[in-house]
Design a binder for this molecule. Structure first.
Ligand SMILES: [Zn+2]
Ligand SMILES: [Zn+2]
Length: 461
């Protein structure tokens, strides 16, 4: 099939929307926050970005690329061929190029200061070979690395979950990066939120009775199918977790938001037994029956009585309790109610979180640490433009709450903007950055999985 050649002047017109599903070719400049020399997930822009944070505000201003194989992110333009995909639901970028591969080199551009800044540390790397200290692989082999919060495979997408097609590889990138376990989270309130005019995610309608319970059941079933199809072992207990190893990828079934319960506790035991649910985040982008969220005005003054009942039921059944997205009053009450350590799976520390911010204060972090729990640091490029910056962010959280209470929560395929950890092949790069930041092998083992494993074993047994 001869691909249709697109150019940027035609992007965001009826012409490009009509190209949905067809094979196209597009010339552009790659942008990614990762320091890896290659990537399978990055943005393509009409001109070289001057820095990681300098991305178009318009969702049609960049094309999100999912490559069939790692693409060398060289200095200069890339000509890519792939399947054009137009968003049917609101998301950060309106266009995608799926199964992309590079075509002939379009000729190197003259090296400019802008181009040098865009390419950064890639300049000295001529090939995809990554210089990995033996110590990095040794740490990942000795202490299984765990991602506390992930939507790898694209499992956050409502359309994909409903259709059951279009999932991207999870197990192969985990093997490539040495990740042993991913907590794979279905998004319980997915059908009822979207990216609003302010560029942030908000709920936009009230779900119909039974709608989110039905969507939750479908999403858990799809997740089981995807795990099975990709050969991921599903961890149900301590034996499963202790068997997890780098090179033999495993999954912990998680939910982002307990909205699928629709205010009824019996759905929890059902999800535990039927879908192997072992990690439950109480709230997400909708103020649900369990409590208040960071991104909307408070309604319940923190955790509701039903939310407290869910925490107790999780403790009893053997489900990790995750308070990500919850307000500080919600976290405080959850900490008072729980008999097991809490997880806050994906966030970052900031001195003074702004209104509706997903970041947390030292005070907020200390409540989690006080339960013996763990806080996953996430990788948005808008917060950490490089992996060394992310390692420094983890170090700051360690300084605030101690080495036993910090972990990794990538929110893979769930972040609205670019990520410095867009796929697991970037994990050794983070481990290198942690080594360079001064953590020793034992400390890195705790940060990259050991601390979460301790919480999982205490909660699930
Ligand atoms: Zn989230
Ligand atoms: Zn998420």
């Amino acid at each position: 099939m001869i691909p249709m050649r697109l150019d940027w002047s035609g992007v965001a017109t009826a012409h490009t929307d009509d190209a949905d599903g067809t094979l196209v070719e597009l010339l552009g400049f790659p942008a990614t926050g990762t320091i890896a020399p290659c990537a399978t997930h990055f943005l393509l822009l009409p001109e070289a970005p001057c820095c990681a944070g300098c991305l178009p505000g318009d969702p049609t201003g960049a094309v999100e690329v999912f490559a069939a194989a790692p693409v060398p992110l060289r200095l200069g333009a890339l000509r890519l061929q792939g399947r054009w995909q137009v968003a049917r639901e609101p998301r950060s970028w309106h266009y995608r190029l799926q199964d992309a591969r590079t075509m002939e080199a379009p000729g190197w551009r003259a090296v400019t200061r802008r181009g040098v800044l865009a390419a950064g540390p890639l300049m000295c790397l001529a090939t995809c070979a990554r210089a990995e200290p033996q110590e990095v692989r040794a740490v990942l082999a000795a202490s299984p690395a765990i991602d506390i919060h992930s939507h790898a495979g694209g499992i956050a997408g409502v359309t994909r979950m409903r259709s059951g097609v279009g999932f991207s590889p999870i197990a192969d990138p985990m093997r490539a990066g040495g990740l042993a376990v991913a907590c794979l989270a279905v998004v319980s309130d997915g059908p009822t939120h979207h990216i609003a005019a302010d560029g942030l995610i908000h709920p936009y309608r009230t779900p119909e009775p039974g709608e989110l319970a039905a969507y939750g059941a479908l999403a858990f079933r799809r997740l089981q199918e995807v795990a099975h199809a990709q050969g991921l072992a599903v961890i149900a207990d301590a034996v499963g977790l202790r068997a997890a190893r780098a090179g033999v990828p495993s999954a912990i079934i998680a939910a982002e938001g307990a909205d699928f319960l629709e205010g009824r506790l019996d759905g929890l035991a059902d999800a535990h037994a039927r879908w192997t649910l072992r990690h439950l985040q109480l709230t997400h982008y909708r103020v649900n029956e369990l409590g208040d969220i960071q991104t909307e005005a408070p309604v319940h003054d923190g955790l509701t009585d039903f939310g407290a009942d869910v925490v107790r039921a999780c403790n009893r059944l053997g489900i990790v309790v995750d308070v990500a997205h919850g307000t500080l009053p919600l976290v405080r009450r959850a900490a008072a109610v729980t008999t097991k350590p809490l997880v806050l799976s994906h966030t970052s520390l900031t001195r003074a979180p702004g209104p509706r911010s997903r970041q947390i204060s030292v005070e907020h972090a200390k409540v989690i640490a006080g339960t013996g729990g763990v806080i996953g640091v996430w990788p948005p490029a808008s917060i950490y433009p490089t992996l060394p910056a992310m390692a420094a962010g983890m170090a700051r959280l360690v300084d605030a709450v101690g080495i036993d209470h910090v972990g990794l929560g990538t929110d893979l395929r769930g972040l609205v903007g670019p990520s410095v950890l867009p796929d697991y092949d970037a994990l050794p790069g983070l481990a290198e950055a942690l080594l360079a930041a001064g953590f020793n092998a034992a400390e890195m083992g705790k940060l990259l999985g050991g601390n979460y494993a301790r919480v999982f074993l205490a909660s699930v047994g």
